[in-house]
Write a protein that binds this ligand. Structure first.
Ligand code: ATP
Ligand code: MG
Length: 280
């Protein structure tokens, strides 16, 4: 990749580490491991807070340290791009932000319940619930179930929640209309084009009304025009539904259109001024 990635300033974690007990009135309470642990009160406006995050993969006899001591926060309503070379650890970081993977050490706190829900403390069941309730995911590949219709694919997260089938499908139909596919609900996902499949996966990500949209190279598998249309759609839905979006992308023109850009390189994150990114 030949694009310029100016390192402008590195974020720093807070120094005021407080010890406290997590008080929660939420559904996940019962599934949290009991006890006291280090908590960092969420700064006003933050929806996700990363504290001293370290991820190491063991490969043979050596350790691959993907990142170390990452600390930053994501504010509610931000449209954050994460950029960086292939292999830098962007997908791994996104998975940890969405409780799909765990860090070697450090913590990710979610805004609710106050003062912050430590994701590493969630039991498997609580993590699954957190993902279903709070997070919408879009991947480079759509991962739609080919034997199901577009409508059923979009309704799937609601079925998993135990929502009544008719209600789930009414909501799914509304989301298919939102992504411009009102007429395609009864097509099997394999009968749709790549761009349409990605729209369906976006509808599936948002059908549960998540607060956070995590997208890993959502346009990486699409041609230029289709990629533009899908990015535009993400951008529109981000605003319309007041989402907080984190978008991993290799496309600097798209990163430039986000409200904030973080570059992951050599195991650290740095802030990049979006306007400073050169368009391809
Ligand atoms: N389960 C695993 N075990 C060992 N190493 C892994 C594992 N998953 C990922 N890695 C390694 O971690 C590094 C970062 O992977 P990751 O997928 O997070 O990178 P990325 O920044 O998303 O790259 P790309 O832009 O190509 O998608 C890679 O070198 C990868 O081989
Ligand atoms: Mg990746």
């Amino acid at each position: 990749m030949g694009h310029r990635m100016p390192h402008l300033r590195c974020t720093r974690g807070p120094e005021n580490n407080a010890v406290g007990a997590l008080k929660t009135g939420s559904l996940v309470e019962a599934n949290l491991h009991q006890g006291e642990w280090q908590v960092h009160p969420m700064e006003k406006g933050a929806i996700l807070r990363v504290e001293g995050l370290r991820k190491v993969y063991r490969s043979g006899n050596s350790d691959l340290v993907l990142f170390d001591n990452l600390s930053f926060q994501i504010d509610t309503g931000e449209m954050l791009a994460i950029v960086g070379q292939s292999g830098a650890g962007k997908s791994t970081l996104l998975h940890i932000l969405g409780a799909l993977d765990s860090a070697t050490s450090g913590e990710v706190y979610f805004q609710e319940p106050s003062p912050g829900l430590p994701l590493s403390r969630l039991s498997e069941q609580a993590a699954a619930e957190f993902r279903n309730r709070q997070i919408g995911y879009v991947w480079q590949f759509h991962y739609l179930l080919p034997e199901f219709t577009a409508l059923e694919n979009v309704a799937m997260p609601l079925y998993l929640r135990g929502v009544d089938r008719r209600k789930a499908e009414a909501e799914a139909a509304r989301w298919l209309a939102e992504v411009g596919l009102a007429e395609r609900g009864h097509h099997r996902s394999g009968e749709l084009s790549g761009g349409e499949q990605q729209r369906v996966s976006l509808a599936r990500a948002l059908v549960t009304s998540p607060k956070v949209l995590l997208a890993d190279e959502p346009t990486g598998d699409l041609d230029g025009r289709t990629a533009e249309a899908v990015f535009e759609l993400i951008s529109r839905l981000h605003s319309a539904y007041r989402l907080t979006s984190v978008i991993v992308t290799h496309n600097m023109a798209f990163a430039r259109r986000c409200s904030r850009v973080l570059c992951l390189a050599d195991g650290a994150v740095s802030e990049v001024i979006p306007e400073s990114l050169s368009s391809p």
